[in-house]
Design a protein around this ligand. Structure first.
Ligand code: GN1
Ligand code: MG
Length: 365
């Protein structure tokens, strides 16, 4: 494996000879490695992109190139550091943004930004506030981006599309698990209409479409050692969608008092303090630019994305675990239960969440 990784990494235009390659991080989809180089040259991130999930890796890499080029121009214009405040994609020696190996696997490389921290959990309201500010800035950096972007995963946060997949998965019952899941399936069905009603607002344009990250959990954001956000990483799902996805998914991640896959449900819930902190940071950057419809659904978007996550984990369990990497056989079911507990906690605190949004909007408008 080491020799194969070396061979693959050597296809890319690295600034120095390779010293070592090791596995990195906890991604559920791609395989990630850190390529350390000799001397003062940067180190690099090497990723095997999951072609089962991303059917068109070249189009995805082109999205990432366009978006990072745009952000880089803005960072340079503002006097920032373009090697730290945006991801840098490294092409192959032939100038291609990916390499296809002998097995037909797709690989890509970016510069590893050193002296940074990627958190798996938000441990303070200050960090949540900074995270909100970071995604607010990311959206602001892309507000004037006008190039078309490919849809890297069809209907990614589109619940109408998810229901098509869901209905098929239930009908197929590939792993024969549906009979034991009546209660969990009921959780999804009982909220189907309200989730579709929300998505209709995106479809009819009431809620505008913008450039969005779509995977804003905390470990996809790089912080510097002073606690400031440097940049968003894992741009595989950058697409045109609603900005509410990014707020909602971040709330799902930052405010959870337990783990995404906690077996101990007593630990899981939404911290209202963390919600307030993230919301304050986010709206400090975005309040003036958002449409009223986006503000109206901001708190709801956390319920929407968390619901969608319950559906996606449960659907993968029903399908026999074909999408997410799992560490043990019932991992997707444990994730389903933990995310459902989080959803319930949001539902219980929904009025307070709406109040917090109103206050923050008033503060920044
Ligand atoms: C996946 O790739 P990663 O681990 O950052 C997933 C997200 C889920 C998340 C759940 C392309 O993100 O949508 O919310 O796991 N990414 C994709 O933790 O499906
Ligand atoms: Mg990631």
């Amino acid at each position: 494996m080491k020799a194969k990784l070396q061979e693959i990494a050597s296809r890319f235009a690295l600034a120095a000879p390779i010293a070592s390659i090791d596995s990195l991080g906890e991604g559920f989809i791609n395989d990630t490695f850190i390529v350390r180089t000799e001397g003062d040259a940067p180190d690099y991130i090497l990723q095997r992109k999951n072609k089962n999930i991303f059917p068109d890796v070249p189009a995805m890499m082109e999205n990432i190139r366009k978006v990072t080029d745009h952000i880089r121009r803005g960072v340079v214009a503002a006097g920032g550091d373009p090697m730290r405040e945006v991801m840098t994609v490294v092409p192959t020696h032939e100038g291609v943004l990916y390499h296809v190996d002998a097995d037909g696997e797709y690989w890509a490389v970016s510069v590893f930004i050193s002296d940074t921290i990627a958190y798996n959990k938000a441990d303070s309201e200050e960090l949540a506030r900074k995270g909100g500010e970071g995604i607010g800035k990311f959206q602001a950096q892309l507000a004037d981006f006008t190039e078309p972007l490919a849809e890297t995963i069809k209907g990614f946060h589109n619940i109408r599309h998810r229901f098509v997949q869901w209905d098929e998965a239930i009908a197929r019952d590939a792993a024969g698990r549906c009979k034991e899941l009546a209660e969990e399936i009921g959780w999804i069905e009982s909220r189907r209409e309200e989730m579709l009603a929300f998505w209709s607002k995106v479809e009819d344009g009431t809620i505008p479409t913008r450039v969005t990250h779509n995977d804003t959990k905390i470990n996809n954001i790089l912080f510097d050692k002073q606690g400031e956000v440097l940049c968003a990483i894992d741009l595989d799902t950058v697409m045109a969608s609603t900005s509410l996805n990014d707020f909602g998914d971040a709330i799902r991640s930052y405010t959870n008092t337990g783990d995404e896959d906690d077996r101990d449900l007593s630990r899981v819930g939404m911290s209202l303090g963390m919600f307030a902190a993230y919301t304050d940071g986010y709206l400090s950057q975005r309040a003036k630019q958002l449409a009223q419809s986006e503000i109206d659904y901001l708190a709801f978007s956390a319920r929407y994305i968390t619901y969608e996550q319950v559906l996606r984990f449960l659907m993968d369990y029903i399908d026999g675990d074909t999408y997410y990497k799992i560490k043990y056989p019932e991992h997707n079911l444990v994730r389903t239960h933990a995310q459902y507990k989080l959803l319930q906690s949001m539902e219980e605190q929904y009025d307070a969440m709406c109040g917090i949004v109103r206050e923050a909007v008033a503060k920044y408008c």
